[in-house]
Design a binder for this molecule. Structure first.
Ligand SMILES: *Cc1c(COP(=O)(O)O)cnc(C)c1O
Length: 394
């Protein structure tokens, strides 16, 4: 076994330095608990960034993966495969009722949605289609998804970025309405923005997007990669909103821990692509598809979802009671806080980790909580107790 110092040396020597890593190696997980290589136990309020929504090492997901891996790892999308087709049906029937494209990550799902919306726009005679996104939104790091992510779409480092992307303030219904016109192919929105620190998009902004898309024929795409799969207390976040999108992009928890993404459309947009328009070698492989089906079995459960809402309410109320917290945002178990001025969020995160609570710091002065959806009142109380101690006013 390598020591943490050995791992740090390997990281420094052999991996591209794209991540600000913490010097802890988790080696085991069960439910909402993690253990590091020293055997220290943690309460996980991060869940690998909303990947392990069913909890670590869920026996049904583990069994589905093991059984399928031992039987058949797949051939190709040029042949039929039952797990992928069952997954597509499950995703369609649980959401918009149209068709699915399976892929391997969230950013790939958004790339697919961008391509689909552009093709649909061209078929409507739009020569230079535009994708409208919101400030603070995060849609991924490949070149197309990056162009739709205003905060990271930096021409000076990654340009030239593709044309046809427009960013609008996230809280201005009128500006959004004005930005959507005959050239718009799609509007892509995270109904609750995750990476920028958990910011729910206001109802009037969502309604304006829906109305403008209906007026112009543009697709309304909800990026539910972080907010979906039960995170907000319904299987899909839009179920609790006044607005139904034309397409949803999915990822993160969808694969039960394996890399799976998907785009699901309403029936009207299920036939935009034709053979040859899009594809992916690994997409819909039987091991990943079985893992996703098993994750859906766990998460599309009324009792579990009611528990998410109850635990979320409890946690929100507790956070509001902390003197060090100035603002609390979120729905279900997708929760962010802004700390009182003068408090150092990365230091608070590090103190929490030291005390055995894993959480995330999405930006200056902010903390984010994305626990596995199996947490109950006891884990919420435990997390609040640790936070009470580690969020001391300096
Ligand atoms: C994580 C995330 C993505 C990107 O997903 P990857 O699997 O990392 O490519 C896109 N959109 C949202 C909202 C996300 O949270």
């Amino acid at each position: 076994m390598s020591s943490i110092d050995d791992l740090r040396a390997l990281d420094a020597r052999y991996t591209m330095p794209t991540y600000m890593r913490t010097s802890v190696e988790f080696v085991h997980g069960e439910g909402a608990r993690l253990w590091d290589s020293d055997g220290k136990e943690y309460l996980d309020f991060f869940a690998g960034l909303s990947v392990h929504n069913a909890g670590h090492a869920h026996p049904a997901i583990v069994a589905a993966i093991a059984e399928q891996a031992a039987t058949f790892m797949g051939s190709s999308n040029l042949f039929l495969s039952e797990p992928a087709l069952r997954l597509a049906r499950r995703l369609s029937e649980s959401s918009l009722g149209g068709k699915a494209f399976l892929c391997n990550s969230g950013t790939e799902a958004n790339e697919c949605a961008i391509k689909l919306a552009r093709k649909h726009a061209h078929s409507r005679g739009i020569a230079e289609p535009q994708i409208v996104s919101l400030d603070g939104g995060f849609h991924g790091r490949t070149i197309g998804a990056l162009a739709a992510t205003p905060r990271l779409a930096d021409e000076s480092r990654f340009g030239p970025l593709p044309k046809g992307f427009v960013a609008v303030a996230r809280d201005d219904a009128e500006a959004l309405d004005q930005a959507i016109d005959e050239r718009t192919a799609a509007v892509i929105i995270e109904p609750i923005q995750g990476e920028s620190g958990i910011f729910p998009i206001a109802g009037d902004v969502l309604l304006a997007a829906r109305a403008a898309c209906d007026r112009t024929g543009a697709l309304l795409v909800f990026d539910e990669i972080q907010a979906g799969m039960g995170r907000t207390g319904s299987l899909w976040a839009y179920e609790q909103l006044e607005v139904t999108p034309d397409a949803i992009t999915m990822g993160k928890a969808l694969g039960g821990g394996l890399p799976v993404g998907a785009v699901v459309t309403s029936p009207a947009f299920g036939e935009v692509f034709e053979p040859g328009d899009h594809g992916s070698t690994f997409a819909g492989g039987p091991v990943a598809a079985r893992a996703a089906l098993a994750a859906l079995d766990v998460l599309a459960d009324d009792d579990l979802l009611a528990g998410v809402l109850a635990a979320g309410e409890l946690f929100l109320a507790g956070l509001r009671g902390l003197q060090a917290v100035s603002e609390v945002r979120g729905r279900g178990l997708m929760i962010g806080v802004t700390l009182a001025t003068g408090l150092d969020a990365p230091a608070a995160r590090d103190r929490s980790l030291e005390a055995g609570l894993v959480l995330n710091c999405p930006g200056p002065g902010m903390l984010r909580f994305l626990p596995p959806l199996v947490v109950g009142a006891a884990e919420v109380d435990e997390a609040l107790a640790i936070l009470g101690r580690s969020l001391t006013i300096a």
